[in-house]
Each structure stands twice: as structure tokens, then as C-alpha cells.
Design a protein around this ligand. Structure first.
Ligand SMILES: O=S(=O)(O)O[C@H]1C[C@H](O)[C@@H](O)[C@@H]1CO
Length: 625
């Protein structure tokens, strides 16, 4: 194959091109990126007296425990507490243990920040210590500290403690334990427990370090949040609401998320916005748009309060504290300056409810555009179907398909009319090898981890997005993260357990593109539509001397030779970053580095040839002479 490259750029590459779609799915937030180690820490959204209410909690040494609706709760947002009754005549350490999110990683090089609220429902003369400890599941102490508690305390009060383990655990089957001397025979109510390891950039209420660092490696330019389905709620009342996710953790009621588990909302709108700045990402923020996944659409006449909530949400992000209460709330939480925000998405995947989106879109966008004329709004129905008023400036397009579909549709956007509309490929991934059952089970072709077949297919599609980045301003693989022990969707970019993570072959593909975006697109001989070999050429003008970056995807199993003819001189040698492996090769938690990008020096020059291995993603970097 001969590839002739043109000298003149056709268009700049948008700085926002490669980034992240995030929602709390498969414990990607609670139990994942959000660093809180305790599951069901505040008994949010559970029914007192039920077994479920005690999820992740166990009695220690004979304590009688139950979640109760507390007559004197820690806050209105957190009405439940954990009542611990120590039977009289007990002896030894008696109390409760939390088993974390499928385990707790304990590292002796870390100091852990523990806290909880307690009160004695009946005043007592008890004056003593609670022992706060980290233990293996069979009770070996890893670290502990004593905190004084008093029976005179009948209103909730918070205690905090730092635990520095004296030894690291061999595994993650560990527990967080709070006990008192059994002889006391007391009853104590507990609320709002918390246990944090050190966090990314040491942010309070922050992110798990290893996951945050891995995400940063991909060089993301944007962060779409809070969903995805998890924006929508199964009912109107359980939708994601920005104002329930800000302020003190005791003021956040949590909600039943849309992936079958309770969200603490400890990772809330302000944490997301600070996270965006920590990774130099711009937010692409969704507002709820009047449709709940159970099938309810809010009637047009009833949209007012939800539109106001969206206005407040946006004002929390960019408003003037002197003009808006929501912006004043932001300032009161320490952030006077507005955050950067340009793109606001109206709903999520409203093609499932396009019959009501016609009025929901119109009402939301007309109101929000009037308030925030500088913002651009993303529609989530199928492109131009139905016709929407006002005509969307931007659409969010999603596709989950087979690896070969992605190669076959690398030219999808070449055929889009250039009418000023911009596109966000907000969710894409090769998730199954079975075209007749894309969303089926692993037995039916669904991928559990990405493979070199799926990742090279995605790379072929991404090469098309790059070529069409005059109208495609952003694109994200989805989903981003899954906890191996609490997964609702596969494959994902990063799979993790309580103590480790794996960078998938698609993670490496995203990194190769995200770290080699370039600044302008150089047209070249077009790949064969529906073929198996794809390439794209960009120029990086932000460095001196400039670089020419050539991305190549080979989605077939055989090596392909490409002969490049450049319009100007380049260095006689270049570098090649090559991700390649067998068709079904995957990185897994058991074998996390089975397939990693390898960098080597290549012979280059104005005319050179390069052999792309079978099932490979290649990035060639040449220096302009
Ligand atoms: O069941 S789906 O609608 O396919 O769910 C998909 C689409 C939705 O936006 C996102 O939340 C989810 C997985 O990333």
C-alpha cells in the first residue's frame, strides 16, 4: 500500500478530541475511583431492620447489630444509624466490622483516615475507649488506634483517628473494625463511618491514587459526567440531582443508582469539577432532561422545576456568586472562581424517548440558551431524527458493536454533511464478536476484557474520527472502569479489584491516541473503505522542530507493508510505538501486562516503508527536518 501525504493541513485537530465518559457503573465511582474504602458507610437509602441494610457490616464477638431509623439522627439527609448492643456479661472486644467494597487494601506505607459519628441513645456513665482497627478477615491486627467515647454523649458527635498499619496485608480480604470492651454492656448508635487511604493530590474526599494515575496516563482532554444511564434514575425521584451531591457528606442522602446499587454521592459535582482541573480536562456536563429510565417523561407543562434545577446546576459551575444562590454555594465551599464549561448535554440517549424529547429539548434549550448564551448544547437523539427545534449545534452519538463493524465504519463521518453541526462520539466500544447479539453474555460472544481484535478495530474507527475531526470534536470509549467483583458491563478500559488494576489493550489504544493527538490533520491517500488497514497523518506544530505522527491500525492477522511518500524531508530515523498481539490476546488482572506498547526506532526519511504487524495499533513519530 502506498500512502502519499499532502503538505497542506485540511483542518486543526480539536484539543478536546480524546477523553473520558464517566458514570458510576460497575462500582467505578463508589468502590472504585472514589477513595472511600467502606461500603454502606452511612446506611443511605436502606430500609432499617433489614438484612440489606447491614450490607458489608458484620457483628464482632457477639454484638447485636441493626440499622435503625434514629430518633435523633446525625442529619436529615442521613436518617439511619447502626445500633450496636453489647450483651451484658460480654467480654473482650465487641463491636462491628466493615468488609469494604469486596475487600480493603491495607498498605503499611499508608496512613488511613478513619472517622465515625456516635451517640448513646440512653445516657450512661460509660467513659472508655473505642478501638478502631484494620484487621485481616481472620482477625490479625494490621493497625489500630484507641479513641475516647463517653456515655454522656446522647447527640451524635464525630470522632476521627489516623491508623498507620504496622504491617501490610498479604491480600485485600481485610476489615475495618470498631469495638469497645464487652464488659461495658452498653448500647451505642453509630453513623457516617468513613475510612480513606491517601488520595490523588491529597484531596480531601478524593480519588484512589492508582486508578487516578492510570487515568491520567491516557492524556484525557474532557470528562463527561454524571452519565450515561446513571444520570436518569429509574424514577423521576431517583434521578441524579446536583444539589444532593454537594457540601458536607452528612448532607448527601445518596440515591439508588441506575446500575443496581446505592450511590453515596460522596463523589459529587464539586469533586468532579476539581478532578477535571487536576487532570486538565474540560467537563462535558449533562443535565437531567425530564425522562426517567423506568419510562416516565415529565409533561411539558411540568418541566419548569427541572429546568430551574438545571439552571442552578449550571450556575453552580459557572455562575456569579453575587447573582446566583447556586454560585454563592460554590463560593461558600471555597471556590469563588467559576469552572470552565462549554458543552452541556441535555439528557442521555434520548433516542429511547424521542417522542417526548421534541418538547423536552425545546423547553430546556430555549431556557438554558437564554440564561447561558455562551454554552453549546448537545442533543442525545439520533442525528436529525426526529427534527428538533432549535436545530442542535451538537449531537452525542453512541455505538457498541463488533470489532469488524468499527473497521467497516471507519468512514462513518466522511459521509456526514458539513452543515456546522459538531459531533461528540460520546460512547463507543467493540463489545462482542457476535453481530447477532451485541449485548449478550460472554457465552454468546460478549467480551469480558478488550482484545487485540477489538482494540485494533477501535483504532481503525478512531483514525476515522481523527480524519473527520473538523466535525467530530470529542470521542470517548465507554465504559471507563469496572470492579471485577461488582460488574454490570464488560468490556471496560480499566478493570480493578480492591488492590490492583489492569490496563486493557483498549486502554493502551486510548493512550496511544490521547498522547499523540497532534495539532493539524494532513490529508493522505485514503484507506480502502471496508478494508482491514487504516492510517492517518497529523502534524504536531506545538513542538520545534514539528513532528509528523502517523497512526496505523491493522485489523487483520497478517503483516501489512505501507510505503509512505511525504511532501517534505523528515529525519532518517523515527520512533514506532507498537501495540500488537494475537487476535484474542487480552490483559487481565492475572496477566496485566500480556500486551503492552513497545517502542522502537525505525528507518524513516521522506520516503520509507513500514510493516504493520497483524492485529496492531501503531504510532510512528517522525521529526520534520
Ligand atoms: O444499556 S445501555 O443503554 O446500552 O447502556 C449504555 C448506554 C448508556 O448511555 C450507558 O450508561 C451504558 C454503558 O456505557
Amino acid at each position: 500500500t502506498t500512502v502519499t501525504v499532502e503538505a497542506e493541513a485540511s483542518h486543526p485537530i480539536p484539543t478536546t478530541l480524546w477523553g473520558f465518559m464517566y458514570e458510576d457503573i460497575s462500582q467505578s465511582g463508589d468502590g472504585g475511583l472514589y477513595a472511600e474504602l467502606l461500603q454502606n458507610r452511612a446506611f443511605q437509602q436502606v430500609t432499617p431492620g433489614t438484612t440489606d441494610a447491614l450490607n458489608a457490616w458484620e457483628a464482632v464477638n457477639g454484638a447485636q447489630i441493626a440499622v435503625v431509623s434514629d430518633p435523633n439522627p446525625v442529619s436529615n439527609a442521613l436518617p439511619n444509624s447502626l445500633q450496636v448492643q453489647i450483651p451484658s456479661g460480654s467480654s473482650g472486644a465487641v463491636g462491628v466490622a466493615n468488609t469494604g467494597y469486596f475487600g480493603i487494601n491495607v498498605d503499611s506505607s499508608s496512613t488511613y483516615s478513619a472517622s465515625f459519628f456516635y451517640r448513646f441513645p440512653t445516657s450512661s456513665s460509660f467513659e472508655g475507649n473505642a478501638v478502631v482497627s484494620l484487621q485481616t478477615s481472620n482477625g490479625d491486627a494490621l493497625g489500630s488506634v484507641e479513641v475516647p467515647i463517653s456515655g454522656s454523649q446522647t447527640d451524635f458527635t464525630q470522632v476521627t483517628a489516623k491508623i498507620t498499619p504496622t504491617s501490610s496485608a498479604s491480600g485485600t480480604d481485610n476489615r475495618f473494625v470498631v469495638t469497645v470492651d464487652g464488659a461495658a454492656g452498653e448500647t451505642v448508635n453509630f453513623a457516617m463511618f468513613s475510612l480513606f487511604p491517601p488520595t490523588f493530590k491529597d484531596r480531601a474526599n478524593g480519588m484512589r491514587v492508582d486508578l487516578a494515575e492510570a487515568l491520567a496516563e491516557m492524556g484525557p482532554a474532557f470528562w463527561r459526567f454524571p452519565g450515561g444511564n446513571n444520570l436518569e434514575g429509574q424514577t423521576v425521584d431517583t434521578r441524579w440531582q446536583w444539589n444532593n451531591t454537594v457540601g458536607s457528606l452528612t448532607e448527601r442522602p445518596g440515591r439508588l443508582g441506575d446500575w443496581g446499587y446505592i450511590n453515596t454521592d460522596g463523589l459529587g459535582i464539586l469533586e468532579y469539577l476539581e478532578w477535571c482541573e487536576d487532570l486538565d480536562m474540560v467537563p462535558i456536563m449533562a443535565v437531567w432532561a425530564g425522562f426517567a429510565l423506568g419510562g416516565t417523561s415529565v409533561a411539558e407543562d411540568d418541566l419548569g422545576p427541572y429546568i430551574q434545577q438545571a439552571i442552578d446546576q449550571i450556575n453552580f459551575v459557572i455562575g456569579d456568586p453575587a447573582e446566583s444562590d447556586a454560585a454563592a454555594l460554590r463560593a461558600s465551599l471555597g471556590r469563588t472562581e467559576p469552572f470552565a464549561l462549554e458543552h452541556v448535554e441535555i439528557g442521555n440517549e434520548d433516542f429511547v424517548a424521542s417522542n417526548t424529547y421534541t418538547y423536552r429539548w425545546t423547553n430546556f434549550v430555549n431556557a438554558l440558551k437564554a440564561e447561558f448564551p455562551q454554552l453549546r448544547f448537545l442533543a442525545t437523539t439520533n442525528v436529525n431524527s426526529p427534527v428538533l427545534d432549535p436545530k442542535p449545534e451538537e449531537y452525542d452519538v453512541h455505538v457498541y458493536q463488533t470489532p469488524s463493524w468499527f473497521a467497516d465504519n471507519s468512514f462513518m463521518y466522511d459521509d456526514f454533511e458539513r452543515d456546522g453541526t459538531l459531533y461528540f462520539e460520546g460512547e463507543y466500544a467493540a463489545i462482542s464478536t457476535n453481530p447477532n447479539d451485541i449485548f449478550g453474555s460472554p457465552d454468546d460472544g460478549r467480551l469480558v476484557f478488550p482484545t487485540m481484535e477489538s482494540s485494533s478495530g477501535e483504532a481503525a474507527f478512531m483514525i476515522g474520527l481523527e480524519r473527520n475531526s473538523d466535525i467530530v470534536f470529542a470521542a470517548a470509549y465507554a465504559p471507563l472502569l469496572n470492579h471485577i467483583d461488582g460488574t454490570q458491563w464488560t468490556p471496560n478500559l480499566i478493570t480493578f479489584d480492591s488492590g490492583s488494576l489492569v490496563r486493557s489493550t483498549s486502554f493502551h489504544t486510548q493512550t496511544l491516541f490521547g498522547q499523540n493527538r497532534g495539532d493539524e490533520y494532513l490529508p493522505s491517500t485514503l484507506p480502502t473503505r471496508g478494508g482491514t488497514l487504516y492510517w492517518g497523518v497529523v502534524r504536531k506544530t506545538s513542538v520545534t522542530p514539528n513532528e509528523i505522527i502517523i497512526k496505523i491500525a491493522n485489523t487483520a492477522g497478517t503483516t501489512e507493508t505501507l510505503n509512505f511518500e511525504l511532501p517534505f524531508a523528515v529525519s532518517s530515523t523515527g520512533s514506532a510505538q507498537v501495540l500488537t498481539g494475537a487476535q484474542t490476546a487480552s490483559n487481565t488482572l492475572d496477566d496485566p501486562d500480556a500486551v503492552t506498547p513497545q517502542t522502537s526506532s525505525i528507518t524513516a526519511g521522506q520516503n520509507f516503508s513500514y510493516d504493520a504487524p497483524g492485529f496492531s495499533v501503531n504510532v510512528l513519530t517522525l521529526t520534520v527536518a
